[in-house]
Design a protein around this ligand. Sequence first.
Ligand code: NI
Length: 486
Amino acid sequence: MFKVRSLGGIALLALATSGCGLAAAAPQQDTRLPADPTRIEFVDPANISGLAPRTLSGGDDLTRRVRINYPELSGATALNKKLRGDAERRLRAFRENARGVPGAELNVDWELVAAGDVVGVRLRAGRSLTAGRDHATTTFWYDTSTRRALDSIDLLNGDGALDEVARLVRAGLENRGPVVDREQVMPGRARFDSMAFNASGDLVVEFDDCEIAPCSLGRLAVAIPADQASPLLSETGRRAQRDVRRHGQRVAVKRPETAPSPAPAAISNRAGTVDCAKTKCVALTFEDGPGPETGKLLDALREADARATFFVMGSSAVGEPELLRRMAAEGHLIGNHSYQHRDLARLPSSKIAHAFTRTEEVVVAATGARPTLARAPYGSVSTEVRNVARAQGLALVDSDVDPADWRDRDSAAIADRVVERAHPGAIVRLHDTQRATVAAVPDILERLAGKGYTFVTVPELYGSGGMKAGDLYKSGSAPARKQPLT
Ligand code: NI
């Protein structure tokens, strides 16, 4: 069912390892990573067919900073239902907990930890509700032969096996010192909600931040050696372990040892064929995608001979290389909208840089070209964001026409707001993840074309001067008006 797309073109994506929470504990121990048995290798989703990234985001002010990403796998109905249900539960919980907490944020990202007969989806949630941010992982499993979706403890052969795993984990934590509360390692579905296998087949049991130790320690994980784990596994667990051992290396995501060579060409941010100094131009921009509606949107744009700029979110783009290639092939411009849609202005420079490079790697792997435009999620730009953008060769693009299309699901209202507010040189902010927005696009294109507008990519608004990395652009200028005769 989940076919490996190609065994050749694997190496370009680099989603695993550093910065992704897979260190054994605190970041200062990262130097031990290469030999760290708790490190799980991820399967590159670009190599798996029948997989589509999905996003659940908030539809009101309270949940505006919620982005829950999860994959949908064709034919895996039970797993899709479980993942969707989990996303909805997280959104509801956030809605209750975030009331009265200004700037509360929730991002959930996913990785595949197995993609053979048995599929493993590891969700990593980052939540800012108070001063700090905490991370929690959950790993769900799907058995393609029984078509059942499972929790992590279903990898184990019943309660006796779970008791034994808990005992082995407590033993494995002994050398971590008294800061780890081993009493908290109680057998149970919630506590053992994230288990997977490393490439050697060891069972990796991981705990959330703050779950069994002070939050400052971050992720804690224990690897139970394969020979000790094997007798404790259920039938599904044994097949998952075998899959990861057999195929893990083959389709695992590898960080290239050196930068790909030759360096990918930067996507031009200079003007195209339209001279917006003489023509009424408008730049439609779509962010957060690709999503389930993006293909339809591309059809509508092609129909109207319109070009647009897509600020793609890395976590949505990662399973959609064909859509990215189609965007590029049909004359649209791909920009960078970070990886997980976090508020970048609240992050240190290293994490801002990581959010951009991780997305860049996804775009480069699909299209061979590097984006030169970026849009910060929520338009939230700090000095650090600008400095990182400058260093990474990214011009920052905001918008001056924002119909807040995420707020309602009324296509007619969205179209009206865009058409009323559009002006020559406008940068319009839309979301291709919203069905109502995509449904509004044919109407927007027709009505604005009727007013004489040409639809261009963002750099075309700025003509031959181009755009400068690190600068922030909100609007192009209107074409020069002819002086009235006196
Ligand atoms: Ni966005």
